[in-house]
Ligand binder design. Structure first.
Ligand SMILES: Nc1nc(=O)c2c([nH]1)NC[C@@H]1CN(c3ccc(C(=O)N[C@@H](CCC(=O)O)C(=O)O)cc3)CN21
Ligand SMILES: CC(C)C(=O)C(=O)O
Ligand SMILES: [Mg+2]
Length: 277
């Protein structure tokens, strides 16, 4: 029996088994263009609901809808072959209960062909994570700074600044791991707390603004490429593509205005055909 092509991808169990081995490389991608670039080097491509802000100019992630996530998920799947593709379940598509979460997650897997979903929340999401994983849907969890809770948190606030909050965040991470999550994103948490959680958890932690001791790291691609104008402190700009793009677009505009574009090589000058041949 020939293997379906999707089985050439890294699987959720393979990511789980990476705990304590070499670091897991994850990045976001929302489109075919960026998915192709990331697929060459990353273990996990996350179709993050941050696309609401980065790609659609919204001021939070709350405006991402299930239809929008599926549209971007399909695009990423078409242009990737190796990486495990995880799609964020957006705000309002899973919080009401396990059944709502299953219906949303099943749509995402069926319509995009991706392998897993990510949901935000700790202990309160344990029942939902157990329900999904028990029905064939791998779940990546996300605790600490959970951007979908921006309104109740009062902003994108780093978590665990008060040591009295640590037991709650540790319990959240343990609860989602026990419920069957194959990995846990730890976002915007104090470094020693992230290290402690990584040491006690049986599944990999993927850090963003967390700790180099996490089992892997994730960043928003446009942030690390240097496209984003303002970025959180935890972002390292590994490139300056925003400036490179600005210079290219400026040159194009100048060339159009001074009529140096299009040039000889960029126009068609073959002999004009006439009735005589
Ligand atoms: N482009 C982009 N990159 C991201 O990393 C990202 C998104 N969008 N959207 C969803 C969330 C929101 N994120 C954010 C956004 C801002 C801060 C931020 O400005 N934090 C302050 C610290 C605040 C504090 O100390 O409590 C900072 O200075 O880094 C953090 C995470 C991370 N995620
Ligand atoms: C930052 C990552 C973890 C995310 O959830 C997103 O991009 O939406
Ligand atoms: Mg997200």
């Amino acid at each position: 029996m020939s293997k379906p092509t999707s089985h050439n991808r890294i699987s959720a169990p393979e990511i789980r088994a990476r705990k304590g081995t070499d670091p897991i490389v994850a990045l976001t991608a929302y489109s075919a263009l960026t998915a192709r670039l990331v697929d060459a080097h990353a273990d996990i491509i996350l179709v993050g609901d941050s696309l609401a802000m980065v790609e659609h100019g919204m001021s939070s992630t709350l405006g991402a809808t299930l239809d929008l996530m599926i549209l971007h998920g399909k695009s990423v799947m078409r242009a990737s072959t190796r990486a495990l593709v995880v799609v964020d379940l957006p705000f309002g598509s899973y919080e009401a209960g396990p059944k709502e979460a299953f219906e949303s997650a099943a749509r995402v897997l069926q319509e995009t062909g991706c392998s897993a979903v990510k949901i935000e929340g700790g202990a309160r999401m344990a029942e939902t994570i157990d329900f999904l994983t028990g029905r064939g849907i791998p779940v990546m969890a996300h605790v600490g700074l959970t951007p979908q809770a921006v309104m109740t948190l009062g902003g994108f606030k780093i978590q665990g600044r008060n040591e009295s909050d640590w037991p709650r965040i540790e319990a959240d991470a343990a609860a989602v791991a026990d419920a069957g999550a194959f990995a846990v994103v730890l976002e915007g948490t104090l470094e020693p707390l992230a290290e402690r959680i990584t040491n006690v958890l049986s599944v990999p932690t993927i850090g963003i603004g967390a700790s180099s001791k996490c089992d892997g790291q994730v960043l928003v691609l446009e942030d690390m490429l240097g496209f984003s104008e303002r970025v959180p402190r935890f972002v390292r700009r590994f490139g300056d593509l925003g400036q490179a793009a600005d210079e290219a677009i400026r040159s194009y505009a100048a060339a159009v205005k001074d009529r140096s574009f299009p040039g000889e090589a960029e126009v068609y000058r073959s002999k004009v055909k006439n009735a005589a041949g």
